[in-house]
Design a binder for this molecule. Sequence first.
Ligand SMILES: *[C@@H]1O[C@H](CO)[C@@H](O)[C@H](O)[C@H]1NC(C)=O
Ligand SMILES: *[C@@H]1O[C@H](CO)[C@@H](O)[C@H](O)[C@H]1NC(C)=O
Ligand SMILES: *[C@@H]1O[C@H](CO)[C@@H](O)[C@H](O)[C@H]1NC(C)=O
Ligand SMILES: *[C@@H]1O[C@H](CO)[C@@H](O)[C@H](O)[C@H]1NC(C)=O
Ligand SMILES: *[C@@H]1O[C@H](CO)[C@@H](O)[C@H](O)[C@H]1NC(C)=O
Length: 416
Amino acid sequence: MAATRACLVALAMALTFLFLEGPAVVLVAPAATTDSLVQRRRDVQRLLRRLNKPPVASILSPDGDVIDCVHISKQPAFDHPLLKNHTIQMRPSYNPGGIYHDSNIAPHPITQTWHQNGKCPENTIPIQRTKEEDVHRASSIKRYGKKRPRSIPNLSSINDPEATNITRGHRHAVASTSVYKFHGTKATFNLWQPMIARANDFSLAQLWISGGSYSGNDLNTIEVGWQVYPQMYNDNNTRIFIYWTRDAYQTTGCYNLKCSGFIQTNNQITLDGSISPVSNYGGTQHDLDISVWKDPKGGNWWLQVGTNYVGYWPSSIFSYLANNASSVQWGGEVWSPDAGQTSTQMGSGHFPEEGFGKASYIKNIHVVDSFDNLEPLSDVQVIATQKNCYNAENGFSSDMGTYIYYGGAGKNSNCP
Ligand SMILES: *[C@@H]1O[C@H](CO)[C@@H](O)[C@H](O)[C@H]1NC(C)=O
Ligand SMILES: *[C@@H]1O[C@H](CO)[C@@H](O)[C@H](O)[C@H]1NC(C)=O
Ligand SMILES: *[C@@H]1O[C@H](CO)[C@@H](O)[C@H](O)[C@H]1NC(C)=O
Ligand SMILES: *[C@@H]1O[C@H](CO)[C@@H](O)[C@H](O)[C@H]1NC(C)=O
Ligand SMILES: *[C@@H]1O[C@H](CO)[C@@H](O)[C@H](O)[C@H]1NC(C)=O
């Protein structure tokens, strides 16, 4: 076992060498474009050097990912100009949920595919290595790791022509609340692997914590969930992701650790990493507890997945969210580039009315109020932008708390 691991580490190191110091690409191009190709290659290499910090060890995951164990003080967050002198906070000072707030049974540990081949040592964090071809699949080097389509579900803008442009191509089916000031949320997300019908589509389930607006270009968001996104990952695996922005997705923020901002403290969970097992239709259900809350001491927004503290978004990277959030949402989203209908699935690919074991749920939905108390969500609005394609329904029961079922199969005779 140890020998295997050493071998994998050696292999991964060799891969590093290829990615970072690879032989010059043979340019077969007309002279006029050679300069721009050389420039592009330089830009890609610069981006890879910025994202792929020198690892202490590396693990080759069975799904093809290379996981770099990077010293905690060398992570991308500390490239952020506002975080140069930041003192890392290893644990939150307060947790509104307690550790096992919602159940008497300890939640099952999270299994990510790469765990089969090793662990990252203490004082390191596991980061999925960005490969050159990952960057080439993105729309541009500059937009790598950022949301191309800017998106947030917005109840009041469904009929607003300007907002329709922003949300073009997006289908949302979510629960939403925006009645008071929020300091966080906690909910349990059912895990599925929706089928992606077209290469550039994605399907996700997530929470959005937000403040500010598109029109002021100052929308601040914190986002966490799972997604299937072949263009980003080159596979159809269900993967954990986070996102943030402070300027309505323009220049700030990114997925996971693909820019500086989020500070990770955990050595077991890889943002970007595949997660398994997922649920079966009519069979065993698997889910994941996700909580995000603002630590009253210092104001950082902490992320907990299952029982793991993953890390935090420092208060200083935000404007609105340096104080509190004005809206929290939970639900599913499908995106398809040409705004035409797609048969990409949302959730389990089945409509809400099929219920438990068949439709995807988000349950035990709570908000953290401005007094830092965890409260069950009481005032829910449901937004479904195309009910005949994907829908959402909310409800309450003693074993699921406040919940939604959401999802659908996309294109069908009622969703042309
Ligand atoms: C970091 O500390 C140095 C030296 O004290 C100071 O000059 C600089 O302004 C600080 N930077 C930030 C972002 O606080
Ligand atoms: C939602 O839409 C309304 C109307 O278009 C707009 O005024 C508001 O700023 C939007 N909310 C966000 C967060 O962009
Ligand atoms: C929406 O986008 C189309 C195509 O890009 C553009 O022609 C139109 O002016 C936009 N509408 C608004 C209200 O921004
Ligand atoms: C993802 O799933 C689609 C639809 O099942 C399939 O056509 C495609 O080849 C898969 N992509 C990858 C990278 O496995
Ligand atoms: C919430 O934010 C507002 C400003 O947006 C601020 O006045 C208020 O003190 C904040 N409340 C708390 C509890 O942080």
